[in-house]
Design a binder for this molecule. Structure first.
Ligand SMILES: Cc1ncc(COP(=O)(O)O)c(C=O)c1O
Length: 378
């Protein structure tokens, strides 16, 4: 079976993890900071805080932005449930805004009508790795005094107008799950230029506790003294994971080039098939191609399940990204109505993600193309 995605791990990665295992620090050691510094340097952000996974990164970002009970957070439903769940965990209410038909990203034209006095933030998910329209999102956020958060779980390595993802929003969250741009097994990070957010992220990651004397609220009672100032969690990344993150990040430019090469090959070989819509890019935006989402439109639309099953039968790993979040039973229970975002539902009904990852060999890319062409012809 050709998987829909797969990590790339080499001897350098294995040696880096092994070296940590032979050291004194398995967690809370020097590798986490080293990884964070590498991330800030790569992305062009001031601060990075590495955390346990992308979901923790979202919750930490929401906490840093003071998102809590009674607040509304605007986001698209064309995302993994975690984007919304983390807001619910913070006591806030996700407000789903429909997506652009061509990209699956939040439709900036529809945001302003969803803004209320309770709105606190816009969360922009870079669906499949294509950055959202950040100039427009930034302008809307500024006009309405909202915080702009980028869920960049798909888009580490992507660019918008020459700027790297990680430097585009007030807070940017990342995931290092094995299917993502780089991996640490499980893992995530939040990037920001804002010092107050940075301090809150550090607190949240470690139970809300600080050992930093200059930040104490009360007078120190001795060398053991520390303070729990906020309600946090243990969302720390281990040093083994951070070491892997460092060597993975070094390979990110190669990973990006490989993904982009596969995407161009697919685009060349699959364009022109009637009813098949391929992912688009813009001259000023560079996708990370975390996913290669194809869409069946027109007469092909009704065949999504059949095509999906036939691809699986042909040994090709496929996925669907995503069932619009509010359609899940949990969100329906919270009162979200079906047909809330018709474009997202339309997008979902024809979508199939075909394999794309750096080590996907040309022979396997061809197998995907041949199988898809055959199935669509029949
Ligand atoms: C858009 C998006 N946000 C958040 C997450 C959560 O990341 P993690 O699985 O690392 O918790 C994912 C994971 O797939 C994702 O795709």
């Amino acid at each position: 079976m050709i998987p829909y995605s797969h990590q790339f791990i080499d001897d350098e990665d294995r040696a880096a993890v092994d070296a940590v295992l032979r050291s004194d620090w398995l967690t809370q050691g020097p590798k986490v900071r080293e990884f964070e510094d590498a991330l800030t340097k790569y992305c062009g952000a001031k601060y990075a805080v590495a955390v346990a996974n992308g979901t923790a990164a979202l919750q930490a970002a929401y906490f840093a932005a003071h998102i809590g009970a009674g607040d509304e957070v605007i986001m698209s439903p064309m995302t993994f449930a975690a984007t919304a769940n983390a807001a619910v965990w913070q006591g806030a209410r996700p407000v789903f805004v429909d997506v652009e038909r061509e990209t699956g990203n939040i439709d900036a034209d529809l945001i302003e009508v969803s803004i209320t006095p309770k709105s606190k933030a816009i969360v922009a998910v870079d669906y499949s790795g294509l950055p959202c329209d950040f100039d427009r999102l930034r302008a809307i956020a500024k006009k309405h005094n909202l915080i702009l958060i980028e869920d960049a779980a798909h888009s580490l390595g992507a660019e918008y107008k020459g700027k790297k993802v990680g430097s585009l929003a007030d807070l940017t969250t990342m995931s290092f799950h094995p299917v993502k741009s780089i991996t640490t097994g499980e893992g995530g990070a939040v990037l920001t230029d804002n010092e107050e957010y940075y301090k809150r992220l550090l607190l949240f990651r470690s139970h809300g506790i600080t050992k930093n004397q200059t930040d104490f609220i009360n007078a120190s009672e001795g060398p053991w003294y520390h303070e729990m100032q906020e309600l946090g969690l243990n969302y720390r990344l281990t040093d083994m994971q951070a070491a892997l993150g460092i060597t993975q990040l070094k390979k990110l430019p190669t990973f990006m080039a490989a993904r982009r090469k596969i995407a161009s090959f697919y685009a060349k070989e699959l364009s022109g098939i009637k009813g098949l819509v391929l992912p688009m890019e813009f001259p000023d935006r560079k996708s990370s191609f975390h996913l290669y989402p194809i869409r069946l439109a027109g007469d092909l639309r009704s065949r999504r399940k059949e095509v999906f099953e036939k691809l699986q039968k042909a040994g090709i790993g496929v996925q669907v990204h995503y069932i619009p979040v509010y359609q899940h039973p949990y969100y329906r229970k919270l009162g979200y109505q079906k047909e809330l975002c018709p474009v997202a539902e339309d997008f979902y009904s024809g979508e199939i993600s075909i394999p794309i990852y750096p080590s996907l060999e040309e022979g396997d890319q061809r197998k995907v193309i041949v199988a898809l062409r055959e199935i669509l012809k029949s």
